[in-house]
Design a protein around this ligand. Structure first.
Ligand code: GEK
Length: 243
């Protein structure tokens, strides 16, 4: 397959009807290009996950990559933990994504690829849980339950990495961040048509919380240290530690 075949052109033609976004075979086939050109700082977020793995993953524990897509975070964690006896569980409910992981990520022995819903994934003995841009795809009322399960499944000293697109309560800030984010996507080669059709497809599929909602929820669940380690326009990443 050439680089050109991997290019995300899903929304480049005017569509008669823009359907709700799904993580299907078409999306899986261009996902790497799509996410790298759509999330400001995506490669930095992955490098940060590798760094956290180096610090927080402990021998005999498990690492959960929830909503792993093509497994980029799991691969980085596996690379950082070659000399630690730990198990990485990479979970996604998109058959297309997990099939691709199983076909192309064979070298990664410490990783178990699972096609399961993260809401039905038992979590225990975890030193690290990654929700890299995944929580935003759950219905808002389901998010707290999943985070509570994660907290319960984390060992003492364990961490949650939570990266998300965020909404802004202040109208001026919201408008400005949308303008900047759209500008970013244009610099990454997306046209106005692609940007607007993708936004319509994601409406009601990706529902962002605000930074304050994230912080208050993590704190009320019991996380003892919460750091916002990254922000790029309307994308943030938190590191939440269970004492
Ligand atoms: C990365 N973390 O490259 N159960 C399991 N998987 C789910 C669920 C669910 N209920 N809902 C959504 N997903 C990755 C990127 S992408 C982010 C994560 C994006 C999965 C969905 O199938 C998709 O693969 C992933 O969450 C979100 O570091 O596309 O913006």
């Amino acid at each position: 397959m050439s680089d050109d075949d991997n290019r995300d052109r899903i929304f480049s033609r005017r569509l008669s009807e823009v359907k709700a976004f799904e993580f299907n075979t078409t999306v899986a086939s261009v996902f790497q290009d799509m996410i790298s050109r759509s999330v400001p700082g995506y490669s930095l977020l992955l490098r940060m996950i590798g760094l956290y793995a180096d610090i927080f993953v402990t021998p005999g524990s498990r690492v959960f990559d929830l909503g792993c897509s093509l497994g980029e975070a799991s691969l980085i964690i596996a690379d950082q933990t070659t000399d630690i006896d730990c198990r990485i569980l990479a979970v996604d409910n998109s058959q297309a994504m997990i099939e691709k992981c199983k076909q192309h990520r064979l070298s990664a022995g410490a990783i178990e690829w699972r096609c399961v819903d993260i809401r039905q994934t038992p979590l225990d003995n975890a030193s690290m849980v990654v929700l890299n841009l995944t929580l935003q795809f759950l219905q808002p009322e389901e998010r707290r339950g999943l985070l509570e399960n994660i907290y319960a499944g984390l060992n003492s000293g364990g961490v949650l990495v939570l990266s998300e697109k965020v909404a802004f309560e202040d109208k001026t800030e919201s408008k400005r961040m949308t303008q900047l984010y759209q500008g970013f996507k244009k610099t990454m080669g997306y046209s106005d048509l692609e940007i607007s059709q993708k936004r319509n497809a994601l409406e009601n599929v990706l529902i962002p919380d605000s930074e304050q909602q994230h912080l208050q929820r993590l704190e009320s669940i019991g996380f003892d240290e919460i750091y916002q380690c990254f922000r790029g326009f309307n994308f943030v990443s938190f590191l939440a530690i269970k004492a």
